[in-house]
Design a protein. Structure first.
Length: 232
């Protein structure tokens, strides 16, 4: 199994707050966000990590190349217009077998990614999304769950369901057969792709994987550190 990590965002909210460190290199509990993400993928059983970072911050690519990682890291350096396009850029590395996918700013408890992989393998195609009842995002992606935790709806139609996605996924590579349609519709975000998958009849499951913290704002760093301490 391989893992994909999307770390190509520009971190606008941190820059607006005067924090110029690229988001993947922000330190939470003594480790960069990239360290947390890659180590979690390795712990979950990934034999290789396909990582995409943007070209606006060359120091991130240097950091990746200079460090020793627990598993090989296949690096793509490209500034993309959206998280969805970043995901599509990883296809050559991920299209051979089911894979784990995370965003670099999602901090979860130790063992959470491994549990997601187990749940995803049991559920089968097309994908399994980690969900949490802890809502601390300005624009959460709501998920409405049905029997056997099949996802019935995502987004506004699921608002107030009590569950939101938490930035980690386990996909079958058949998810990539929807690339052409997503681009034809000019979708801009990974969440838009997920909603389209449901619309087109793909089966998505939820994994109630526990709380997580998205490090999107300066104050989220302290929140993530408290979260990790509580879940040590």
């Amino acid at each position: 199994m391989k893992a994909g990590i999307i770390a190509a965002g520009l971190g606008e909210r941190f820059r607006e707050a005067g924090i110029l460190t690229p988001k993947p290199l922000l330190v939470v509990a003594g480790k960069t966000l990239l360290e947390h993400a890659i180590e979690a993928a390795a712990e979950a059983g990934a034999s290789e990590v396909a990582l995409i970072v943007n070209s606006e911050y060359p120091e991130v690519a240097r950091y990746v190349r200079q460090r020793r990682w627990p598993v090989p890291v296949a690096l793509t350096v490209k500034t993309t217009p959206s998280s969805m396009e970043s995901f599509f850029e990883l296809e050559p590395r991920l299209r051979e077998s089911p894979f784990l996918l995370t965003t670099v700013d999602a901090i979860a408890a130790r063992g959470a990614m491994a549990a997601l992989v187990r749940a995803g393998r049991a559920a089968g195609p097309c994908g399994t999304l980690a969900v949490t009842s802890y809502v601390d995002d300005e624009k959460p992606l709501w998920a409405r769950l049905g029997p056997d935790d099949v996802i019935l709806a995502l987004g506004d139609s699921a608002a107030g369901s009590g569950w939101v996605t938490s930035g980690a996924y386990f996909f079958d590579p058949t998810v990539y057969r929807h690339v052409a349609e997503a681009r034809r519709r000019k979708l801009a975000r990974l969440r838009d792709l997920l909603a389209m998958l449901l619309e087109r009849g793909e089966r998505l499951h939820a994994h109630r994987g526990g709380d997580s913290i998205d490090v999107d704002r300066p104050q989220d760093i302290a929140a993530a550190e408290k979260f990790l301490e509580a879940h040590a």
